[in-house]
Design a protein. Structure first.
Length: 426
């Protein structure tokens, strides 16, 4: 449902938390946001993506500096409606939108009230424990992120800097109105990072590993012609290792079917999801995404899916799934699993087959997801990613600021060390 916090109080039961002004417990619900709303902007809160016009949201996303499919309205709705990201799983939507006086959408942010820190990939468990040791509640916290998706991109959906500033102001107001411990924006693009820094948010850096389709060290060279051309750019030991790993998979009798969009049938999705759950089971964990999420997203956004199915002796034994944005020339490695153990099959299904496909299709970037120094040996290089944090308690804000300063120095040195060990020829 949707609520206009500028002009009306929420109906009873409309959200999980009260909107009362923390400075005045008897103030009308939403009073803090009404009083401090950015000029000429109507702030609305939504406890479901369904109350936001899909076309208007997607148009706003497309106008933002770094759009990705993961913030498409249909993607967010599939997460919510499938029960993957909802209040029952600790992801209560509390989307914020800003409208002009005609009701036109001017800015928006996909926000969640989180009762835990799972599925985020920027780890703040130590902060939560510190709050608990001091008798303070860290949860629920306010999170601006794509659930279960460590992909950098626009989080403050806006057409200009003024819109991003207005969204950050609305988040600050929401923190005060709900008496929340903190707000966090994860995997920001450069525009969002600069806006958050200017607004005084604390910045945190982490690292991912991305592959770029270009000749390393030669900006005048074009993209690689084929996978062998890419291999030739690597150091001898890396090139030899990849060739050995690929040969082992071939000698095991494994071949691949590559399915894109509507080519992926229900049976393929069923098999993939079975493999996906096995990966979590092997790590004694529970899958984040339901089969219904993949069904809904495949129906609404088929153009954004690419599946590699490994087969042996006429039957499927493993599958990996990529997300795509062909228009931007980007692929994201997302999920994988196998029903039979085959040595080096993970590397083939999750890196070599996808990179070979990206080169053939002329894509410019492949993002390998969170963590994983082993990805460097496959030609993926370190990239700094950013998050922004606002803590309401002054003492904790100061303590976290000092921690992030030390952590940031260490992370910068770590990235420098990684770059000194590039897998590519000098």
């Amino acid at each position: 449902m949707e609520r206009d916090v500028n002009n009306e109080a929420p109906p009873q039961g409309g959200t999980a938390e009260s909107d009362g002004n923390p400075a005045d417990p008897g103030a009308p619900a939403g009073a803090e946001l009404r009083r401090r709303a950015p000029a000429a902007a109507r702030v609305r809160l939504h406890d479901s993506p369904a109350s936001i016009d899909p076309a208007a949201w997607d148009a706003l996303l497309a106008a933002s500096p770094s759009p990705t499919p993961f913030l498409r309205h249909a993607w967010l709705a599939a997460l919510h409606d499938s029960g993957s990201a909802c209040a029952a799983t600790g992801w209560q939507p509390l989307f914020v939108t800003l409208e002009d006086d005609r009701g036109a959408l001017q800015a928006g942010c996909a926000l969640y009230l989180k009762t835990h820190s799972y599925g985020e990939y920027v780890f703040d468990w130590a902060w939560a424990e510190a709050y608990q040791r001091h008798g303070l509640a860290y949860y629920p916290k306010l999170l601006g992120a794509v659930p279960f998706t460590p992909v950098p991109g626009s989080r403050l959906l806006a057409r200009d800097e003024a819109g991003r500033r207005a969204l950050l102001a609305a988040l600050d107001q929401l923190l005060r109105a709900r008496s929340l411990s903190s707000a966090h924006l994860l995997f920001l693009d450069e525009a969002d990072r600069a806006s958050a820094a200017a607004a005084g948010w604390l910045l945190r850096r982490s690292v991912q590993f991305h592959w770029t389709n270009r000749q390393v060290g030669d900006p005048q060279a074009g993209p690689w012609r084929d996978f062998d051309d890419f291999l030739a750019s690597l150091q001898r030991d890396k090139r030899k290792k990849i060739a050995q790993e690929r040969r082992r998979v071939r000698e095991a009798g494994v071949s691949f079917r590559i399915l894109r969009g509507a080519q992926i049938g229900e049976a393929d999705w069923d098999f993939f999801h079975h493999c996906y759950t096995l990966t979590y089971r092997a790590h004694r964990s529970t899958p984040y995404l339901s089969r219904d999420f993949f069904r809904r997203s495949a129906q609404a956004l088929p153009e954004h899916w690419l599946m590699f199915v490994a087969e042996r002796a006429g039957g499927p034994i493993a599958a990996s799934l990529l997300a795509l944005d062909i228009g931007q020339g980007v692929a994201w490695g997302r999920y994988w699993g196998a029903v039979e153990p085959v040595h080096c099959l993970h590397f083939e299904a999750c890196y070599y087959q996808p990179l070979q496909w990206c080169i053939q299709q002329g894509l410019r970037r492949f993002e390998g997801g969170a963590q994983g120094e082993h990805k460097m040996a496959r030609g993926l290089l370190p990239v700094t990613t950013w998050s922004a944090h606002r803590l309401s308690h002054p003492a904790f804000d100061d303590a976290v600021a000092r921690f992030l300063e030390r952590e940031g120095v260490g992370m910068a040195a770590y990235v420098d060390e990684l770059n000194e060990n590039s897998p590519f020829k000098a």
